[in-house]
Ligand binder design. Structure first.
Ligand code: ATP
Ligand code: MG
Length: 331
């Protein structure tokens, strides 16, 4: 059975883009893959976070994943920092990756903005740690949103260079599993920016724990335009916000954009937005309710993560130990 590795940063409550681009596919992959789901708290540290906030976000993230259908009994769910293999292989990969490769990473440029010099070195070398996250499990399939495509390419380049430099075929090639639709859900306030957990504006995203009122308000206020909806998807060209809302509806309803426009084409955004809010509430309310229920028992969640870490460690330790032997560490 092929192994899947997936990570999500505990940098806030999962948002709709995480759900459609990643989490929903993780749930589906559980049927026929051996899955490792990781709360990547070491990555979350690349931008300063209050320690108590990080702990809270970790637990909320775990609760949200379980509520979305991740099964921590059958698969592995744990915190990155609890398994030392990540840091150890991450360091080796820091020494394999080339600065020129890291300089080409668009996510660093987007996150760092203009004041590049003021950001942590961790944010810059993030892709090497992400490569280590995957390769320390010898995972071959990685379900991600489109924004992570470049990071998976560099993960393959790093592994290939390691294999070449040390003359072994140790790390396998990995395949990105990017969903055919809603692979890049955009901000509700700006159709050119991706929806993110860490966007300062809470209005820009739907969070999986939002109440029905929150969802209705955010969708009502979501940026759109003044034209009626087109009757087919070709008419969404150049209308980023309209395209985003139609894409969200289609993904949540498991329909094509053309089906959605067959129903709403020719109408203004009013009735469409009401139907979209209703659909989101119907699908997300059970996740929000279950997340809240799980968060009432913090001890139980911590226990799930501890057990997950022990199982993750059992898989990763022999692989990282062999990588350490290959590079020449003395034991
Ligand atoms: P942050 O703003 O802290 O980077 P994020 O919302 O980008 O948070 P991540 O934890 O970085 O979330 O990513 C978790 C997973 O969700 C990744 O697989 C990523 O590709 C996917 N993802 C993130 N945002 C979107 C989006 N807007 N559309 C589709 N997939 C997304
Ligand atoms: Mg991100």
């Amino acid at each position: 059975m092929q192994r899947v590795f997936s990570g999500i940063q505990p940098t806030g409550v999962p948002q709709l883009g995480n759900y459609l681009g990643a989490i929903r596919n993780w749930v589906r992959l559980q049927d026929d893959h051996d899955c490792v789901f990781c709360l990547v708290d070491m990555h979350a540290l690349t931008v300063f976070r209050e320690p108590e906030q990080l702990r809270r976000d970790n637990l909320a993230q775990a609760a949200c994943l379980i509520a979305s259908g991740i099964n921590p009994e059958k698969h592995v769910l744990y915190n990155q920092s609890a398994v030392s293999a990540h840091a150890r292989l991450g360091w080796i990969f820091n020494c394999v990756v080339r600065l020129g490769w890291l300089n080409r990473m668009t996510q660093f440029k987007e996150k760092a903005g203009k004041d590049r010099e003021q950001h942590s070195a961790g944010l810059f070398v993030y892709p090497a740690l992400m490569a280590a996250d995957i390769h320390t499990f010898h995972a071959t399939r990685v379900p991600v949103g489109e924004d992570q495509k470049q990071h998976l390419e560099i993960a393959n380049d790093i592994a290939a260079k390691f294999n070449h430099d040390y003359g072994v075929a140790f790390f396998p090639a990995i395949e990105a599993l990017i969903p055919p639709s809603a692979a890049r859900v955009m901000s509700l306030r700006d159709g050119t920016k991706k929806m993110s957990k860490s966007d300062p504006s809470a209005q820009s995203r739907i969070e999986l724990t939002d109440t029905a009122d929150d969802i209705a308000l955010k969708i009502r206020k979501a940026k759109s335009d003044t034209e009626a909806l087109p009757s087919e998807s070709a008419g969404l060209e150049g209308r980023a916000e309209a395209r985003n809302l139609v894409t969200i509806y289609a993904a949540m309803a498991d329909q094509s954009a053309d089906d959605v426009l067959g129903r709403f084409g020719g109408q203004g955004f009013g009735p469409f937005k009401s139907a979209l809010a209703e659909l989101l509430v119907e699908k997300l309310a059970p996740v929000a309710d279950e997340t809240r229920r799980l968060l009432e028992d913090r001890t139980h969640l911590e226990q799930i993560l501890r057990q997950g870490a022990a199982r993750a460690n059992a898989i990763a330790e022999p692989i990282v130990t062999e990588a350490e032997r290959l590079v020449g560490y003395l034991r």
